[in-house]
Design a protein around this ligand. Structure first.
Ligand code: PLP
Length: 226
């Protein structure tokens, strides 16, 4: 086991909006895995992504998220490359067939809208752009014929947050990049949630995305490779 004392002795206070400090044990286990992973005699960086040992790492990572967020069994947890900005595009690419409803509550929501417009019509279910996003619109109108409704639960730059789960007549998609795991969420109310794992969980793993069967059933050919 590697000794992390030297590492922790250098620690300073961390006021990053995203990543925070890690347990010394996490460093120790990471260093061990880099030298000799799970007794294989090889580094985790040297073994196949299809090896039994690495597949187990990913299975554990998915299960931990399922347990912590109490994610129902019919949901899938995916770790994907790219930031939330990639999910702005991927969500629309996969789910927007004709029209989608978006709540515009900040820069990130506006960026998501911009990407979605490449793939189809975007209807604003509400917007606070008129006051530089300093409030959450009260009157949210979601067309019943939209493919999905997208909102941002925490508007990182503006400090506004939607704490309650919104109600939607169509499948609901939420960008929880900056408040995932900060409170309990009823995942079953959402069709899809995405968040930057590296940003809020403090782990340098790429992305989380959980997707309900409804979308797998609706767009099977698009999800086959996931
Ligand atoms: C709510 C929200 N969505 C999306 C993003 C963009 O994330 P990324 O930099 O991973 O593309 C951020 C980044 O701060 C964010 O706070």
């Amino acid at each position: 086991m590697t000794n992390s004392t030297q590492n922790t002795a250098k620690k300073v206070h961390n006021f990053y909006a995203g990543p925070s400090i890690l347990f010394p044990k996490t460093f120790d286990e990471s260093v061990d895995a880099i030298h000799n992973f799970a007794g294989t005699g090889l580094s985790i960086l040297e073994i196949s992504h299809r090896s039994k040992e690495f597949v187990e790492v990913m299975e554990n990572a998915r299960q931990i998220v399922k347990d912590l967020l109490n994610i129902p069994s019919e949901y899938h947890v995916l770790y994907l490359g790219g930031g939330a900005s990639t999910q702005f595009m991927m969500t629309a690419y996969n789910l927007l067939e004709k029209k989608a409803a978006y709540l515009e509550t900040g820069k990130w929501a506006a960026n998501a809208i911009k990407e979605a417009k490449i793939f189809g019509e975007v209807v604003l279910a509400g917007s606070s752009a008129d006051k530089n996003y300093n409030y959450i619109p009260k009157n949210i109108i979601i067309p019943e014929d939209a493919d999905y409704f997208h909102y941002t639960s925490n508007n990182t730059i503006y400090g506004t947050q939607i704490r309650e789960t919104l109600k939607s007549p169509v499948p609901m998609v939420c960008d929880m990049s900056s408040d995932i795991m900060s409170r309990r969420v009823d995942v079953s109310k959402y069709a899809l949630i995405y968040a930057g794992a590296q940003k809020t969980w403090d782990l340098q793993v790429p992305r989380l995305l959980s997707s309900e069967k409804i979308f797998w059933a609706k767009f099977p050919e698009k999800f086959q490779q996931c």
